[in-house]
Design a protein around this ligand. Structure first.
Ligand SMILES: Cc1cc2nc3c(=O)[nH]c(=O)nc-3n(C[C@H](O)[C@H](O)[C@H](O)COP(=O)(O)OP(=O)(O)OC[C@H]3O[C@@H](n4cnc5c(N)ncnc54)[C@H](O)[C@@H]3O)c2cc1C
Length: 493
């Protein structure tokens, strides 16, 4: 059993004791802002020399017609789905990745350079899909990503240019022989006696069905499991609280040196709190908290936040709530620029709104009840399981939920996730991975960074491929074959 015990955090939001501001960019991140990491070095020149023409014929071989049958279908192309699809195809299964939106990446693509944390292990390799993604980004050169910190709260992350990420995922899927389709939201499931037979997809010409031997639900919202009749839970036990929904945005014309000096300095908390209190009193939309990230582009910074202050619970599986999040999110972004300029946030005095994410980022909705439900106690005590198939590194990250903040430092980094957690109760031929996995509310928050989600998806993808190839349902598959395969692929279990 090999895993780190450093408790280096996965913290997406870097909640600093619930102050208004989050600090996430330390000295190591400052160091990574060297000019040669911004497209001016040899790496950049090399990357520019390589052409990458793709013809229609080359593209369409990967994109199936309605009704094509597969060994494995992965639903949802966020971090978990990418892990599952790449792993399943790597194991040799004929695999299809179905995505609702017009791009892959999920939150990683919409959250604009926010670090994909836990892509490495203490700066080293995590093996498997993680290494393949990093290698692909390295091929693009310094335009594509900036190393993040290896530190306690955020760690082992990469600030990835969202468009390079989108390109990288297509190339990785094709290189792995994985079929894919965008604009294919799963809106239903066909089951027979509790066995999942087909995913029902909405197209502009009507409904289409895709059959497979095994399915992996990585929709984040547990859609496929929900439609197939699996049991789900939403929100914090007791009061139904959900982590905030955020429309991230990027600012241009930023004096990044001054911004990050301020952000990492002792005055940031009190100064920003005062500015935001004033702004709120003057009628501006303000978020509960803000945090800033570096990007690959000089003079551009990325902004994460805790959603409109006082907005209450928003559940993104309800279209009304989801729309409220978009509506308030855009005003938050527009108002932040006015606040930053008029109140003179250091480094942001002359900033411009460059872009917002393609859509809001959703942290938490349905969780699917599996054959094991991971709890915060498992994360704190580091419960070991004989059927461990992934480890979650970092910290408990509740993205600003006040009542949960004391859990942040308690997680045992590298705690185990059992194979049984991938198996929804009551539905056969289905696995579930990612943020809609089998946890309690705080169990989910314990190590929810993207690198850990890839690890869960990766294990589910390998299990799905084995199940299909051996002709057994995931429920009776011996997890040992998954473990052995992962270890051979360089994964630390
Ligand atoms: C605002 C925000 C900031 C964050 N910041 C960080 C950070 O800095 N670092 C970090 O490591 N983690 C961060 N996180 C956490 C991390 O992003 C999530 O835990 C992770 O993205 C979850 O991965 P996932 O693949 O399970 O879900 P998602 O990323 O939500 O991906 C789900 C995918 O499924 C697709 N989908 C949904 N429904 C369907 C359907 N019915 N049919 C087909 N496709 C469907 C979606 O379009 C999406 O592509 C952040 C999260 C948010 C929301």
């Amino acid at each position: 059993m090999i895993h780190t015990t450093d408790n280096h955090g996965a913290g997406e939001s870097a909640v600093k004791d619930m102050m208004t501001v989050h600090h996430r960019s330390g000295e190591s991140a400052v160091k990574s802002m060297t000019t040669d990491n911004h497209g001016c070095g040899e790496n950049f020149v090399q990357a520019q020399k390589k052409a990458s023409f793709i013809s229609r014929t080359e593209a369409e071989q990967w994109i199936p017609e309605d009704g094509t049958r597969f060994d494995v279908i992965v639903a949802g192309g966020g971090p978990a789905g990418i892990g599952a699809a790449l792993a399943s195809a790597h194991k040799g299964a004929k695999t299809l990745l179905l995505e609702a939106k017009g791009f892959f990446g999920g939150v990683a693509a919409t959250s604009l350079w926010m670090p994909m944390n836990r892509m490495r292990l203490n700066g080293g390799s995590r093996g498997g899909v993680h290494d393949r993604i990093i290698k692909k980004l390295e091929q693009y050169g310094a335009d594509a990503y900036l190393e993040g910190k290896t530190s306690w709260v955020d760690g082992d992350g990469l600030h990835i240019h969202p468009e390079y990420l989108r390109g990288a995922i297509f190339e990785l899927l094709e290189e792995s022989g994985c079929h894919y389709r965008l604009y294919s939201p799963i809106v239903g499931a066909k089951t027979e006696n509790g066995v999942l037979k087909a995913a029902v997809v909405q197209t502009k010409s009507g409904l289409a069905e895709f059959e497979a031997n095994v399915f992996v639900d990585c929709t984040g919202d547990g859609d496929l499991s929900f439609y197939a009749g699996a049991e789900t839970r939403t929100g914090r036990e007791g009061d139904g609280s959900l982590m905030p929904i955020t429309l991230g945005f990027a600012l241009a014309n930023v004096d990044t040196v001054r911004l990050f000096e301020f952000y990492n300095g002792p005055d940031c908390g009190p100064v920003l709190r005062r500015i935001l209190e004033e702004a709120a009193a003057e009628g501006f939309s303000c978020a509960d908290w803000y945090s800033f990230d570096r990007t690959t582009i000089p003079g551009v910074a990325s902004v994460n936040h805790g959603g409109l202050k006082g907005i209450g619970i928003l559940d993104a599986t309800k279209a009304r709530d989801h729309t409220i999040a978009e509506r308030t999110g855009i005003t938050l972004a527009l108002d932040f620029v006015k606040i930053a300029r008029t109140k003179g946030i250091p480094g942001l005095e002359q900033c411009h709104l460059m872009r917002v994410g393609g859509n809001v980022g959703v942290r938490e909705t349905r969780r699917v009840i599996g054959k094991y439900v991971l709890t915060i106690e498992d994360a704190i005590h580091g419960t070991e399981f004989p059927d461990v198939i992934a480890r979650r590194y970092g910290a408990v990250d509740v993205a600003g939920l006040q009542e949960d903040k004391d859990y942040k430092q308690l997680m045992k980094s590298g705690y185990a996730y059992p194979y049984r957690g991938l198996l929804p109760v009551g539905v056969e031929r289905l696995l579930v991975a990612g943020r809609c996995g089998s946890y309690t509310h705080l169990g989910m928050a314990a190590g929810k960074s993207m690198g850990n989600m890839i690890a869960l998806g990766q294990a589910a993808g390998i299990a799905a491929a084995f199940s299909s190839q051996l002709g057994v349902t995931p429920g009776v598959l011996d997890p040992k074959v998954v473990q052995d395969f992962l270890v051979q692929w360089g994964v630390t279990l």
